[in-house]
Design a protein around this ligand. Sequence first.
Ligand SMILES: [Fe+2]
Length: 240
Amino acid sequence: MSDFYVALPGETAPAVPAGPKLCNGDDMRILHSAFLFAYPRMAELVRDTPPGDTARAAFVAQWLGDIDHTLRTHHKDEELLLFDQLAERAPACALHVGQMKAHHAQVHAILDEIEPLRLEWPKTADPDTGEQLADAYDRMLEVLEVHLRREVVEIVPVAEKVITAKEWAGMAERGTKAVPKDRLMSQLGMLLSSSAPEDRKQFFKNIPLPVRIMYRTYGRRQYEAQFRLLWPGEAVPQTV
Ligand SMILES: [Fe+2]
């Protein structure tokens, strides 16, 4: 996945301010990689649900909703705690911040379109509503594959120079708190499984000890059980 985070021809990154790194922005890439694991699979999960199978549709829709919620709160946190601060402290990246805000607007518009469909579809699991939902996730993926990559390539190196470690940690903490407690372990598992081994090790090491203990005692089993239900027969990716 790390090969994914490169500029494409025609894309330019803003100048990175001189001076030491104030924070480590690696967890942005780690979180984005989890979204890039989940979103490419969403339309298929919907389309593979047998027509009329409301129990399966409800299970799938719950998972979709969990990830959509995490994406939405992640974006809101960036809008509140990152974008304007970056543009103010590193004016050379203001245009890039503007581009990120435009991507967010596209993502939020599609999320608004998705939400009523995602709530309606499990009531009957009818294929027409399912297809509308799957189509919206296809379009979402197109935006995210550009946005999540470019934010890591163009924004994070600047953020590391002008955002303090305390500010960066505050953003991560808000994001974690926004995940409902009973979803935290399965989302943590997905995040760990989507990371390169070195990133995974580093990320897990920095998690508060009680969460590490929870993950090792029951969280991993929760994540694995959910994975097997979502993708029966597929090998469960490794976490820690
Ligand atoms: Fe982000």
